[in-house]
Write a protein that binds this ligand. Structure first.
Ligand SMILES: Nc1nc2c(ncn2[C@@H]2O[C@H](COP(=O)(O)OP(=O)(O)OP(=O)(O)O)[C@@H](O)[C@H]2O)c(=O)[nH]1
Ligand SMILES: [Mg+2]
Ligand SMILES: [Zn+2]
Length: 346
């Protein structure tokens, strides 16, 4: 706590933790970004009701970063944002042509929201879990629409626990109220959570069920493809925590690092230690314990496929971000195509 003018409880209500750092003086006050649009953002201030619209472009110098939902900012008496605090855990997605985009800042928990209606989608769950681990926050798996299963999602919860080890799994339904109290227990004071899931998973419905609010949700039976929630917005919960509702994510936007992949695919990592070669590519070389496990049925083929795709995407992203490696790749391709032309002539 750097600010001596504000009661700590009032900051905790906004999700303040000891890990957050913000320097405020007698002329500035701390605030938290609820939603950002263009050159303004709506902010919440401790000990003040309602949101305040603040300009993000200060008169003296432009801000080095654009505030996002969840950011802690320093608010001047002129109603402008003077500074954005250093961010701890951030949820990012890969935006084509823009590198990575920050979806939510200063989060403690990522609720991975996956629907059970139509059957549990293992690949989606694995990818989103990787993205959640990548944020640095604690993932929690929320399986929505448990009312569409015969056993309130019990069997799917078991499967999900194996697909994404080390993560609490909570089946929920806004129709029966199943799991809502358990979910609330993860959303206590000082916790900032963000909901990550595909469009139509039931994220906004969940917020409404927790809070008794009436944020817009998709009409029943509406065809997929369009997002119902279009902004990223922070909500203060009755349970004392803070929840960010964001538009649904598409699988190609999943950003992941190698560490986060290893966090989810602990089974493959463990098997890999038994491969004959240390640099085994797990694609059918002799002495590969991973492909052997697929043959015996100990490891699902689909799981290995998702793991391979994620490895490929990480390698691709790294090449794109590393010019030297990219040039190296181009040289290799030139050599390959030259060779191919030569072979063709023969
Ligand atoms: N049967 C059942 N349907 C649900 C449940 N929760 C949500 N739905 C339905 O699922 C649909 C999508 O819900 P939304 O809350 O709009 O989904 P969303 O994840 O916020 O979607 P985006 O905002 O587009 O990302 C709506 O028609 C809801 O009525 C549930 O627990 N059970
Ligand atoms: Mg929504
Ligand atoms: Zn191997």
């Amino acid at each position: 706590m750097t600010d001596t003018l504000t009661a700590p409880d009032a900051l905790t209500r906004l999700g303040w933790t000891d890990a957050d750092t913000l320097h405020t003086s007698r002329t500035t006050t701390p605030a938290r970004v609820v939603v950002h649009h263009g050159t303004v953002c709506d902010v919440l201030r401790p000990e003040a009701d309602g949101t305040l619209t603040a300009h993000t472009a200060p008169t003296v110098a432009a801000l080095p970063v654009t505030p996002v939902a969840g950011d802690w900012v320093e608010l001047g008496a002129d109603g402008r944002v003077h500074a954005v605090a250093p961010r701890r855990a951030v949820l990012t997605r890969s935006a084509t042509g823009h590198g990575r985009q920050i979806l939510a800042a200063n989060i403690d928990t990522v609720l991975v929201v996956v629907p059970l209606a139509g059957g549990l989608n293992a690949a989606m769950l694995e990818r989103l879990s990787v993205m959640a681990w990548d944020s640095g926050a604690q993932p929690v798996l929320v399986l929505t629409k448990s009312d569409t299963t015969d056993d309130a999602g019990a069997q799917d919860a078991d499967t999900a626990g194996h697909l994404s080890p080390g993560i609490p799994v909570i089946p929920v339904s806004v129709l029966t109220g199943d799991g809502l109290d358990t979910l609330r227990s993860h959303l206590g004071p000082g916790t900032t959570a963000v909901m990550l899931g595909p469009s139509g998973a039931g994220k906004t419905s969940l917020l409404n069920a927790l809070e008794g609010t009436a944020e817009a949700v998709a009409a029943v039976g509406r065809g997929g493809g369009r997002h119902t929630t279009t902004t990223r917005r922070l909500h203060l919960l009755a349970s004392g925590g803070v929840l960010l509702d964001i538009p649904g994510i598409r699988s190609l936007e999943v950003a992941a690092g190698p560490g986060a992949v290893a966090d989810v695919f602990t089974d493959i990592a463990a098997l890999a230690t038994h491969c004959r070669y240390g640099d085994c590519g797990h694609d059918g070389d002799g002495g590969c314990a991973v492909t052997h496990a697929v043959h015996t049925g100990a490891l699902s083929h689909d799981r290995l496929t998702t793991w391979r795709k994620l490895q490929g995407e990480i390698a691709y992203r790294r090449r794109r971000e590393d010019p030297a490696e990219m040039a190296d790749m181009r040289r290799q391709w030139k050599a390959v195509s030259k060779q191919a032309r030569r072979n063709g002539r023969r």
